[in-house]
Every structure is written in structure tokens, then in C-alpha cells.
Design a protein around this ligand. Structure first.
Ligand code: HEC
Length: 130
């Protein structure tokens, strides 16, 4: 075995995890872009409230967002990965009367996982805040 070949093997092994991680990050971004970006950003309010630092937040906590429903504000939940997963599957079933109507209904567990991973990452590179 010559040295060049061994070098190539190490490069290939070294690259693989990075490539998988990049692909996963991209899938998370794509899911948020497809399903959420029309109404949400991470760092600014749109039709929906900004979603930065969401996990651990009380619903309705963004003070400069005026479009919350009383139903969401009074829902008594705290945003966690678990209840986000339920909310995104059917917002109106989890928080009856929420203004985030079925537009946010995400049927696929994989897609919900991708979106939640994106929200946890703190990535705000998709934001268009003026
Ligand atoms: C059609 C517009 C629309 C889409 C699409 C949408 N949302 Fe919303 N979202 C809203 C509105 C409006 C509210 C405020 C709801 C209320 O107060 O009842 C909201 C509220 C939320 C909240 C509660 C935030 C808080 O401060 O308590 C979360 C979490 C959320 N959206 C996540 C998402 C995610 C993740 C997606 C993509 C899967 C998404 N939304 C797609 C309009 C939308």
C-alpha cells in the first residue's frame, strides 16, 4: 500500500461525519423554510411571533408581538420538544382556538423532528427581518 492511498483513506474517513452533519442541518433548514418561514422568523416577529429561544418559553411570551390569541396565552403549557411535537402535528387540537390554524399541521414525524432540531440550533440565517 503506498502512502498516497493511505492518505486518501484518512481523508475519506475524516470527511464522512462532516458531510452527514451538513446534510442533517440542511434538511432541518429546508423543513423550516418550507413550513414556517411564511409566518415566522427566529429574531423578528412576522404574522407569527419570533421563535428564537423557544424551548422553555411560556406561550405568548414575546412582548412586542400583538397577534397572540388568548387561547394560546392561557394554555398553561411551557414549550418543550415534547409539546412542540404535539402542537405541530395539529395546532388546533393541542391549543383549541389558536390563531396558528392548520397551516402549521405537520403530519410527518421526521419533518417535525427536523423543524424542532432547527429551532433548537438557534440558526437565524434564514431570517428576513427589515
Ligand atoms: C399561516 C401562518 C403560520 C404558519 C405557516 C406557522 N405559524 Fe406558528 N404561529 C402563527 C401565529 C399567528 C401564531 C400565534 C398563535 C396564537 O397566538 O394563537 C403562531 C404561534 C406559534 C408558536 C407559539 C409561539 C409562542 O410565542 O408561544 C409556535 C411555537 C409556532 N407558531 C411554531 C411554528 C412552526 C415551527 C411552524 C412551522 C412548522 C409554524 N409555526 C408555522 C402563524 C403561523
Amino acid at each position: 500500500m503506498n502512502h498516497k492511498f493511505i492518505g486518501a483513506v484518512f481523508v475519506a474517513i475524516g470527511m464522512t461525519p462532516t458531510t452527514f452533519a451538513d446534510e442533517a442541518t440542511q434538511a432541518n433548514k429546508d423543513a423550516f423554510q418550507l413550513r414556517c418561514i411564511a409566518c415566522h422568523a427566529i429574531t423578528c416577529n412576522k404574522i407569527g411571533p419570533r421563535l428564537g429561544d423557544l424551548i422553555g418559553r411560556t406561550p405568548g411570551a414575546v412582548e412586542d408581538f400583538s397577534g397572540y390569541s388568548d387561547e394560546l396565552k392561557n394554555s398553561g403549557i411551557v414549550w418543550s420538544e415534547e409539546n412542540l411535537n404535539i402542537f405541530l402535528q395539529d395546532p388546533n387540537a393541542f391549543v383549541p382556538g389558536t390563531l396558528m390554524v392548520s397551516a402549521g399541521k405537520i403530519e410527518s414525524q421526521e419533518e417535525r423532528d427536523n423543524i424542532i432540531a432547527f429551532l433548537k440550533s438557534g440558526d437565524d440565517s434564514l431570517d428576513l427581518c427589515f
